[in-house]
Each structure stands twice: as C-alpha cells, then as structure tokens.
Design a binder for this molecule. Structure first.
Ligand SMILES: [Zn+2]
Length: 301
C-alpha cells in the first residue's frame, strides 16, 4: 500500500521561520503494536519519538543520527528514541506498563509517568570523532516543553514544539503528530508577533489531525501571513536497523572467554533487540565460531 508523505517542512518567505510538521499516526501505532505499552507510556514514547523524528530529519548528513533520552525519575524509567537523518525512528522504555489516573486537565498524565525531576539528554552523532552530547533539566516532563527548552538553552534557537498522541480506551492509537517551529536570529518583531498570534489560535495537534488536516495544511496555519513555501516532504516511519551481523558484533565484544562460557553453559544464546523485539538465536557452535573466527582473537604463535 502506498503511504502518503507524512512529514512536511516549510519556510517563511523572508527565511526567518522554519516549520516541520509530522503526522506520526502510523509510527505511533507501530510503537503500540511492538511494545504493548499502557496508554500513558504510549503517549510518552510517542511524543519523544515524534520529537526525535523531527529533529533527526533536520540533520544534514546521510549517516547522522540523534538520540533523545529522558530520565525523569518516574515509573517509566528511562525513555529513549533514536532517529536517523531521514526521520526514521526507533524507541524503548524501561517500563512499558504504568497506570496513573488522568491529570487535572483530564489528559493522560505523561509528566506523572515520566517524572519531572531529571534530565533530557540529546546525543547527536554527526559522524565526528565524538558525538555531541547536551543535557538540560526537565522543565515539565510533558516532553514538548522540555524539547523547546533544549532548543533555547543548548541551541539558542527560540522554538515552538507541540507533540500529541491520542490513545483510545482500547489502547489503540487514534492519531499522533507534532511540529517544531524555529525562529532564526534575524526574525523581525512583526514575524514574532505573527507567529505568536498563529500559535495562540491553533488547535492542539491531535485535534487538527482528527479533523483530517495534512502536515502541509498545519504548516500553512503556523506560517499564516508569512508566505510559506514548501522546503521538502517525506515519508518517515518506525524502523529498526538491527540485524544478525550487528548482533554478532555485540556478542564478539563480550570477549573470547565469555563466549566460551556461554557456549558451554547454554545450548542456545538468545539476543533480543530492545527496539523491535526481534530475537536472534545462536547455538553453542555459532557462539564458539564467533569466539574462534573473529580476527580479533587470533592467537599468534
Ligand atoms: Zn531491532
């Protein structure tokens, strides 16, 4: 089935404002299908994944990636979402089942589940010697505000971030999406007040998606009065890039002795991927082969 483009980027005519909008409904549906979280964890992981995808898509280089990690001290434990530079995402949570009453606004209590006492860590792997790591304290635990705070504190870019996930009572995902709007330093006072007006009037992102608004239409609402032009558009999805070869590398990294012990102690060694739940199975013989065959372990006489 041909999928519609779900990510849309636009720029204001004066070049001062860039928006990226994502309809992440299918992406978050897949998160729900793979990880089977409770509703509030679906919302938390969905929001973090949407932000990760939007930020990943904004990376420049082909093999670059971005990892967003939240440690808020709440019952979900660590939440992690990784995006490649095409905006494709994978994610996991330490605890998938957290049950909390709705918050005072009648919404899923994401901040309650994630916790508010901790940090958001952004790791950008730009294929340099070291990844670029930046950590900011959580400001709300609702994730969108925390992402916006990261942009202000670490990138000195005033940014509006909205993230939304609507979960049905049967735990299925009705719709999900979000946007990032970044103001460049030369944005004029007029631009700022136009954006403020647009943001004040716009519906929550899940409300827009429920009405059937496309990412393009949402971008045009955000940039109303600013002669928006399309930058680009893409299909992004939940995607894990694990493989048997990569799993072998993880095993090899255990070292020869550890591998020999594994091979002796259990007939089958299973390695599960936290992002997609794929399980890779290695027999004792496979494990021994990894211990022996790898060049790293050759014994020189
Ligand atoms: Zn995987």
């Amino acid at each position: 089935m041909a999928q519609n483009n779900n990510l849309y980027r636009a720029i204001s005519f004066d070049g001062s404002t860039v928006v990226s909008v994502l309809d992440a409904t299918e992406m978050v549906q897949k998160i729900e299908q793979i990880h089977k979280p409770s509703a509030v964890v679906t919302a938390a992981l969905g929001r973090l994944s949407i932000a990760s995808s939007l930020m990943g898509y904004n990376l420049k280089g082909k093999d670059e990636s971005i990892t967003l990690q939240i440690n808020g001290g709440g019952q979900t434990g660590t939440l992690l979402a990784v995006s490649d530079s095409s905006g494709n995402v994978k994610c996991y949570a330490h605890n998938y089942i957290v049950e909390l009453p709705m918050n005072s606004h009648g919404k899923l209590d994401v901040a309650g589940a994630v916790g508010t006492d901790g940090t958001l860590t952004v790791i950008k792997d730009l294929r340099l010697k070291e990844p670029y790591v930046s950590q900011v304290p959580l400001v709300s635990g609702e994730i969108a505000e925390d992402i916006a705070s990261y942009f202000v504190v670490s990138e000195q870019t005033p940014t509006v971030c909205a993230l939304g996930v609507l979960v049905a009572p049967d735990l299925s995902v009705i719709c999900a999406g979000g946007y990032l709007l970044s103001l460049l330093p030369f944005a004029s006072e007029d631009v700022v007040s136009t954006i403020e007006k647009n943001i004040q009037n716009i519906l929550p992102v899940t409300g827009l998606l429920e009405k059937g608004f496309s990412p393009e239409k949402i971008a045009n609402i955000l940039l109303d009065g600013m002669n928006a032009e399309q930058l680009d558009t893409a299909i992004v999805e939940y995607k894990c890039n694990c493989s048997r070869e990569r799993t072998e590398q993880i095993l090899i990294a255990l070292g020869k002795e550890e591998l020999q012990t594994l091979a002796k102690e259990q007939p089958i060694t299973e390695v599960a991927c936290h992002f997609c739940n794929n399980v890779y199975k290695f027999t004792s013989d496979d494990v021994l082969q990894l211990a022996i065959n790898n060049g790293q372990w050759t014994v020189n006489n």
